[in-house]
Ligand binder design. Structure first.
Ligand code: ATP
Ligand code: LTN
Length: 330
């Protein structure tokens, strides 16, 4: 079976180092091994209210970010989910074989629904069926994501198997690809919750577009643990563990090496060095994002080519799906 990689990010805000470490950094490596499709999932973004003008800005910022971190459009296809209509169509079909009880178990739904109790749209609930469509439409074998998406990929596998059993072998069963360290970067202001684009405080995350001063300020103000040892211990030292994990991903240095360097030193020393490391790594990415946004011609060209490549596979797959399910006329 041919390997194919697909993943996506919601254009709900500027991407942050959690998105980068948990997802995008893996994409950059994977594109040298498999054909890759990276989408900007705007249909998912509207499962919570978005300002229409801002959404379009966010779509382009997200595309610019993909390229700025090193997604190579000569190797990988970058496209906007809503521009390939088959995503919505297959999402609907898969929704008809997805069980309410399965969707009720999704922790992302439970978290997001809790935060806006009086304003939960049906789309937020059926979100995983659309994500399954994104993945299954392309015979995806590998889905590189952060840990929070594991449950959605598991459900995608269940839905694919159910469809195959009911209608005949149609979909490839995909697999999530999750990093060992860094699959769940925590908030700088609260190491008990994941770093998130939609966090209420901007102190929660380091955006890939933050300027040097902002990066330094956010890191220097990051919450730390009691005690003063700088050791990797997710249970006893969640905040320091998070800072060490980010440090590891920004520099490639091992956690052991970092623990040795900071033995006998204070949290302030760790934070100063981490701020330097993040600025050195994120600075060039930020500058490239700005370049792509200033001259959108290249971005448009990449998104057009990506859409056309995705459309070709999506058209072929949906023809089979319609036939298997018995939709329309022969
Ligand atoms: P939102 O807050 O709008 O839901 P988000 O910041 O959680 O957004 P997504 O668009 O949902 O980001 O996720 C994009 C990718 O980044 C996914 O693969 C997701 O698993 C990964 N990701 C998101 N947050 C983190 C994190 N804190 N640590 C590691 N990976 C993450
Ligand atoms: N739910 C994902 C975004 C997403 C996705 C996908 C990721 C939508 N469709 C397909 C991988 C493959 C999230 O990051 N919140």
């Amino acid at each position: 079976m041919k390997s194919l990689c697909l993943s996506g990010v919601q254009p709900t805000n500027f991407l942050h180092v959690g998105n980068y470490i948990g997802a995008l950094k893996q994409w950059v490596e994977i594109q040298h091994r498999f054909p890759c499709y990276f989408c900007i999932v705007d249909l998912h973004a509207i499962t919570v209210a978005q300002d229409p003008k801002q959404l379009r800005e966010n779509v382009l910022n997200t595309a610019a970010t993909y390229l700025a971190v090193g997604i190579d459009p000569k190797r990988s296809h970058v496209f906007i989910q809503s521009e390939v209509h088959e995503h919505a169509e297959l999402g609907w079909i898969l929704g008809t074989i997805t069980r309410i009880a399965e969707l009720e178990r999704m922790t992302q739904f439970k978290d997001k629904a809790k935060r806006r109790a009086d304003n939960v749209g049906v789309g937020l609930f059926t979100y995983p069926a659309l994500m399954a469509a994104d993945i299954l439409l392309y015979d995806t074998t590998v889905v590189p994501v952060g840990e929070d998406q594991m449950q959605h990929v598991e459900l995608t596998r269940t839905i694919a198997r159910r469809f195959n059993t009911t209608f005949g072998d149609t979909f490839v069963i995909p697999q999530a690809l999750i990093q060992k360290q860094g699959a769940r970067i925590m908030g700088l202001d609260d190491p008990s919750v994941k770093m998130s684009k939609s966090a209420t405080s901007t102190m929660n995350y380091i955006a890939l577009t933050d300027d040097d001063d902002t990066i330094r300020k956010k890191i220097m103000r990051a919450v730390t643990d009691s005690g003063k040892d700088i050791v990797y211990d997710p249970d006893k030292k969640p905040a320091v563990t998070n800072l060490l994990t980010i440090f590891h991903h920004m520099t490639g240095r091992t956690i052991k090496d970092l623990e040795n360097e900071f033995e006998g030193k204070g949290y302030g020393d760790l934070k100063k060095a981490l701020a330097d490391a993040v600025i050195a790594h994120v600075g060039p990415i930020r500058d490239k994002i700005a370049e792509y946004r200033k001259d959108p011609k290249e971005l448009m060209r990449v998104l057009d080519a990506g859409r056309d490549a995705a459309q070709e596979l999506a058209t072929t797959k949906m023809k089979i799906v319609r036939e298997r399910v018995g939709l329309g006329r022969a």
